[in-house]
Ligand binder design. Structure first.
Ligand SMILES: [Zn+2]
Length: 127
């Protein structure tokens, strides 16, 4: 068994079960016959599987959001221009990050994941 292919298959399967709302979807992306955007146009997953609204902060998955913010400049879109896509993706992800940071300020007893996220945002969002 080729482990690299095994994990690729695993990842593809996992991502396919996620709704479009969990990703940053390229403009002009094509959909399959079930109305779901083709996987190659979906990037930077950062919501949980229950996401229905790409702008909702309640379904954001923190480790994925952090990962998405770190990788946004490495995404190579298939259809949309790279700088247009990255600019759009960055402002979308930063909007989530700022809203979540704001909500943590008024919340006591942060989890380790939340604290790590806050620290990583300081460099990504400039304070
Ligand atoms: Zn989002």
């Amino acid at each position: 068994m080729d482990f690299k292919r095994f994990f690729e298959a695993l990842n593809t399967y996992g991502d396919k079960s996620f709704p479009d709302a969990a990703f940053i979807v390229e403009k002009g992306a094509e959909k399959d016959d079930k109305g779901k955007t083709l996987q190659k146009y979906r990037h930077l997953p950062h919501h949980t599987q229950s996401a229905t609204d790409p702008n909702a902060n309640g379904t954001v998955d923190l480790p994925h959001l952090r990962n998405a913010l770190a990788r946004v400049n490495q995404v190579k879109p298939v259809k949309e221009g790279a700088s247009a896509f990255r600019g759009r993706a960055k402002s979308h992800l930063q909007r989530h990050a700022k809203a979540l940071l704001e909500s943590y300020k008024s919340k006591g007893g942060l989890t380790n994941t939340e604290r790590e996220f806050i620290n990583s945002c300081k460099s990504n969002l400039g304070g």
